[in-house]
Design a binder for this molecule. Structure first.
Ligand code: B12
Length: 434
């Protein structure tokens, strides 16, 4: 038996003006190219859950136009993020029309199972752990069911945990690989559409499993840059220190996403720097305190916003850059927000900045609220869930103002001159500490 696991890949922007900006702004384009080369950790996990006597083929598809030749498989599994779901459905429909059964799984399918079921012989909701082995058994018996419930908890515990099949990547030109150390995040921000949506509680992998994954990944690619596919890596500081001490001898370069509280712990920060961390991405979300009011149920970010600048300085002084993320179009944002973000970036010394637009991904509390308030621009706009395309009516500005402001801010931030200025500033902070 031969199973084809197909990942939809690449990055996406729909609005033509933004796509065009991407072509002309060097920093933006370079970043897009770098991150677009990541493999699908979800499908490498599905591959690992497949009994070893079955041949598994891992493929990535950048863009589906409906005309490409279909490789022959006995069963096809396709992963899903929202932005490319129409392309995934299109591919699934073609395989099914050609007589090949299709299983759909992943974030979007977990959040929109009814819709996905129309394009699949079977769907897997939530983590493949706990579902895929049963599905394969049923398929072998000719009794594939239309829906399997995967695990929302205990995914990193025996007998559910498997090490992703990094070996399937051998011989391919990846310079970046992902490893996941945790799923979920108790901050539970209203807009979050990441792994927290397929977990019932925050789940953390034991350190020794993470290390063994890193070692397996190192077998297939020389000196890859590691990106941790976590929602919030250093939520548990004790686990964090143990993890950092364990990876320090491995001579890695890596990046992760976490929250601002890392700056409260000097020992943690030292270990982060010593273990080869190059950058941490932090969802600052808004430069102004008001903008943060209500975005997470405990107002956690709101309460910490006055410590943002000091925290960024402290982290960057260790030689670890902060990628500060801002969301445009939060309910308290007026057209002044664009200049405010620009001013904050100038003041903060942030080396990297990620500006995206508030996005009501399906299945999020934000989507439900905006739908109730009649503020969604259509019920389905999945191909526009790119984090760059506006899909809702902002509360305190028009759609056009939000789009225009975002374009202005992109041009202000993502240009060579500004980047060099930020780099100089960063080098000064680092030098001051030497
Ligand atoms: C790596 C990554 C990428 C890689 C993906 C590489 C690839 N080919 O898959 C790249 C850089 C290409 C990418 C691109 C984009 N990304 Co991205 N990305 C991530 C990131 C950092 C990690 C995802 C990950 O590896 N998770 C770990 C794995 C183990 O989890 P998983 O995929 O959910 O898989 C489990 C289950 O879902 C299930 N499963 C998954 N697939 C399948 C398939 C089958 C058949 C079965 C049975 C089960 C199953 O089983 C798995 C194991 O339990 C997350 C953010 C984060 N920190 O999580 C954002 C994230 C997934 N990305 C996001 C977005 C918005 C994008 C882009 C739209 C950005 C853009 N403007 O272009 C594009 C969309 C590309 C697309 N193909 O649609 C959003 C998606 C939200 C959503 N609900 O769709 C996230 C959550 C970030 C965010 N801030 O919101 N991304």
């Amino acid at each position: 038996m031969r199973i084809g696991l197909i990942a939809m890949s690449g990055v996406r922007v729909r609005t033509p003006e933004l796509a065009a900006l991407g072509v002309t702004l060097p920093q933006f384009v370079n970043r897009g190219k770098v991150i677009a080369s990541l493999p699908s950790l979800g499908l490498l996990t599905v591959a690992a859950l497949t009994p070893s006597e079955i041949e598994v083929v891992y493929r990535e598809v950048q863009e589906v136009n409906g005309e490409e030749e279909l490789e022959r498989f006995d069963l096809v599994g396709i992963s899903s993020f929202t932005a490319q779901i129409d392309e995934a459905y299109g591919l699934a429909d073609r395989y099914r029309a050609a007589g090949t059964p299709v299983v759909l799984g992943g974030l979007h399918v977990s959040l929109m199972p009814g819709e996905a079921a129309e394009h699949a012989d079977s769907i897997v909701v939530d983590g493949a752990e706990g579902a895929w082995p049963r599905l394969i058994e049923d398929f072998r018996r000719g009794e594939l069911k239309p829906r399997y419930e995967g695990l929302r908890i205990n995914v990193f515990k025996p007998p559910n945990y498997v090490r992703p099949r990094f070996d399937l990547l051998r011989g391919r030109p990846y310079n970046r690989l992902t490893v996941q150390t945790s799923r979920g995040c108790p901050l539970n921000c209203e807009f979050c559409a990441a792994s927290l949506r397929i977990t019932s509680a925050f789940q953390q992998k034991p350190v020794e499993l993470v290390v063994s994954e890193v070692q397996a990944a190192l077998q297939v690619t020389e000196h890859p840059f590691f990106e941790l596919a976590d929602d919030n890596t250093f939520l548990n500081k004790k686990w964090g220190k143990e993890f950092l001490r364990a990876i320090a001898p491995l001579d890695l370069s890596w990046f992760t996403e976490t929250d601002i509280s890392v700056a409260d712990d000097d020992e943690l920060l030292d270990l982060i720097a010593e273990s080869g961390c190059r950058q941490i991405l932090i969802g600052l979300e808004s430069p102004s305190r008001e903008g943060l009011d209500g975005i997470d149920p405990h107002n956690w970010k709101f309460q910490r916003s006055d410590r943002y600048l000091a925290a960024i300085d402290k982290i960057q002084s260790r030689g670890v850059t902060v990628n500060g993320c801002f969301i445009l179009g939060l309910d308290n944002h007026t057209p002044e927000i664009f200049q405010q973000v620009k001013d904050f970036v100038d003041r903060s010394g942030l080396l990297e900045v990620q500006v995206t637009v508030l996005t009501p991904f399906p299945g999020t509390p934000l989507y439900e609220r905006l739908r109730r308030e009649g503020r969604l621009l259509g019920d389905t706009f999945w191909d526009r869930c790119t984090l760059f395309d506006v899909n809702f009516k902002p509360k305190r500005m028009s759609v056009a103002e939000l789009e225009r402001g975002m374009r202005w801010l992109f041009a202000e931030i993502y240009n060579e001159t500004e980047f060099i200025k930020r780099k100089r500033h960063y080098m000064e902070i680092v030098k001051e500490q030497l």
